[in-house]
Ligand binder design. Structure first.
Ligand code: BG6
Ligand code: MG
Length: 219
């Protein structure tokens, strides 16, 4: 068996923080005089904070000076962090811990590959930080998903070739990044949206340990 490593996205894969991002963006939109809907929030999945604000201002038809733009980035993040501060292990998505324990039990390297600059505090809050051998997050990358940079850095940290890495992702941009990196991609969420993934599941409760064993043996 080849050595294999697993890379997890954070938001929408390990925890459902998309709802907190949404509430914080919606508050800013409302302050600026327009609405921001749940379905528009789909566009924000896997997308960097800066790019999200650019899209939000486009939606509202708002022009911003650099100073306003920077201030709104900070304001949104402060609101988001207030939600994060209240998080605990009850917010870990179902059966994530089952998969992490399976990987740890088989001494498989585990990395985080997230666009978020808040990844570490979130993992700490929900008590999962110690599972991760490597954290590659929004502070470590220069190019956003669908660029494969975040996952390639994770593979390099694990000392593995990309083809021996498996990625769990809930965003289309993330599946595209994993595919561009030459990794095995697993979509967590709606198959329609994530149809480019090598495998699709609605959530981790659908992933059994036979499937995981097969992945280990086929890599
Ligand atoms: C991604 C989320 O994981 O992180 C995006 O899917 C978010 O919605 C991005 O914009 C950046 O997150 P943060 O925490 O750095 O603002
Ligand atoms: Mg995500």
């Amino acid at each position: 068996m080849q050595k294999v490593g697993f890379i997890f996205d954070l938001d929408g894969v390990i925890v459902d923080t998309a709802k907190y991002h949404y509430l914080a963006w919606k508050k800013l939109a409302n302050e600026l005089g327009f609405d921001f809907t749940d379905s528009q929030n789909e566009l924000f999945k896997g997308v960097s904070r800066k790019r999200c604000l650019e899209i939000l201002l486009d939606i509202g038809g708002v022009n911003a000076t650099q100073e306003q733009f920077d201030r709104w980035m900070v304001e949104k993040n402060e609101d988001y962090l207030a939600y994060i501060d209240k998080m605990d292990d009850s917010e870990i998505l179902p059966d994530v811990v089952k998969i992490l324990n399976f990987l740890k039990g088989n001494s498989i390297p585990i990395a985080l590959g997230s666009a978020s600059k808040n990844a570490r505090p979130i993992l700490e809050k929900v008590g999962l930080l110690d599972y991760f051998d490597y954290i590659v997050d929004g502070n470590s990358v220069t190019k956003a998903k669908p660029d494969p940079e975040v996952f390639l850095i994770a593979a390099e940290n694990m000392g593995l070739e990309p083809e021996n890495c498996v990625v769990f992702e809930d965003a289309l941009a993330g599946i595209e990044a994993a595919n561009l990196a030459g990794m095995t991609s697993i979509g967590i969420g709606e198959t329609d949206v994530l149809s480019e993934a090598d495998y699709n599941f609605n959530d981790f409760t659908e992933i059994d340990l036979n499937f995981m064993n097969n992945l280990l043996n086929s890599n």
